[in-house]
Ligand binder design. Structure first.
Ligand SMILES: [Zn+2]
Length: 345
């Protein structure tokens, strides 16, 4: 099966008018069963087709870019004729040193793709019959690949800005007399963080994580391009945006969600998706992983109108063009980003 074949069916004209996109044929075109039925050779060909999409699946040396190679068919490795180094289809990618079969990796990408509100590592481990730790790292590698460019990208045009708190959950005490106001800073545990979003109208959604909304203003001033129009709500944290030289329109949410000039409904839509992922899927997405989940949900928000087969290819392409991750390599052993404490659930 080639890269182009999975999403190649034409659009079906019998779609009911006004039907939700997720119920349409375009959203169904990625079939997990289709991937599960691939034999080893077809799965490998699809994987090569994604990795080397510019050369229609023909191997390219990751060391020197040479196209002339020797094939060792039985071991599915290659030797470069120019630099004499050996490589495989996953060499130099985020799946470098993989132990999982290629088809299982494709299955993982397909399951991840189809989960529009995110997919928990426990769920993925059951789907693939792999250890929880394996599923956890695999999903995070995909998140890293998807969020790679968002950390440096700038926003322009009409840009909605907003922030929302995540993490730092404190369980209320049983007896009402012992309960404290958990909204107050003195009663919090210091783990709560703010996800701040820059959402271009009709463009990209760019999240980042800070301790307080006010900390985000210099970052916003740096990453929103001059000449852009910023829409923000009435929270006082956003007042300094005026002094940062940005053209700012405010919407007072106590009056309306949109007044015809300013609205942050696009940003709210992103937070709705991230909140649903937190509550309904992962339960806790705080701490060092919050930015990863925010990046994943930003990608899903931007890709929500792209058919599932194309999303599958985009996620596969992001993973297979992303270099090995220092953070996730050897995460459960002794790698540079190795986790020191117990399993995080
Ligand atoms: Zn080479």
């Amino acid at each position: 099966m080639g890269v182009g074949q999975m999403g190649s069916r034409g659009s079906e004209s019998s779609e009911p008018k006004g039907q939700h996109f997720l119920l349409s044929a375009a959203a169904r075109r990625l079939s997990l069963a289709q991937i599960a039925r691939l034999d080893d050779d077809d799965a490998y060909a699809l994987f090569c087709g994604i990795r080397w999409c510019d050369t229609e699946g023909e191997p390219v040396c990751p060391h020197c870019g040479c196209l002339a190679i020797y094939r060792h068919e039985s071991r599915r490795i290659f030797t470069c004729k120019a630099c004499d180094k050996q490589f495989s289809v996953t060499s130099g990618t985020i799946f470098h040193s993989r132990k999982m079969a290629v088809r299982d990796l494709l299955m993982a990408i397909a399951i991840f793709t189809n989960s529009v509100k995110g997919h928990s590592a426990l769920h993925l481990s059951r789907d693939l019959n792999v250890q929880y730790k394996t599923a956890f790292v695999l999903a995070h590698k995909l998140r890293e690949a998807l969020g790679y460019e968002t950390t440096t990208r700038t926003a322009s045009g009409v840009v909605e800005v907003d922030g929302a708190y995540f993490g730092g959950y404190i369980k209320p005490t049983n007896w009402a007399e012992n309960r404290k106001d958990r909204r107050l800073a003195k009663n919090q545990n210091g783990k709560r963080r703010v996800v701040v979003i820059m959402r271009e109208r009709g463009g990209r959604t760019l999240p980042f994580v800070v301790k307080h909304e006010a900390e985000s203003v210099p970052i916003l001033a740096d990453r929103i391009r001059p000449g852009s129009v910023v829409h923000a709500d009435e929270a006082r944290s956003w007042d300094p945006l005026y002094y940062a030289g940005l053209d700012v329109l405010r919407i007072d949410h106590t009056t309306a969600y949109s007044d015809g000039e300013a609205c942050t409904n696009g940003a709210e839509s992103f937070f709705s998706r991230l909140r649903r992922a937190e509550i309904g899927m992962h339960h806790h997405i705080a701490g060092p992983y919050l930015a990863d989940y925010a990046n994943e949900m930003a990608w899903r928000e931007d890709a929500r109108r792209i058919d599932a087969a194309t999303q599958f290819l985009l996620i596969g392409l992001a993973a297979l063009t992303h270099p090995p991750s220092p953070r996730w390599k050897g995460y459960w052993q002794n790698g540079p980003g190795a986790r020191q404490s117990a399993t995080p659930f």
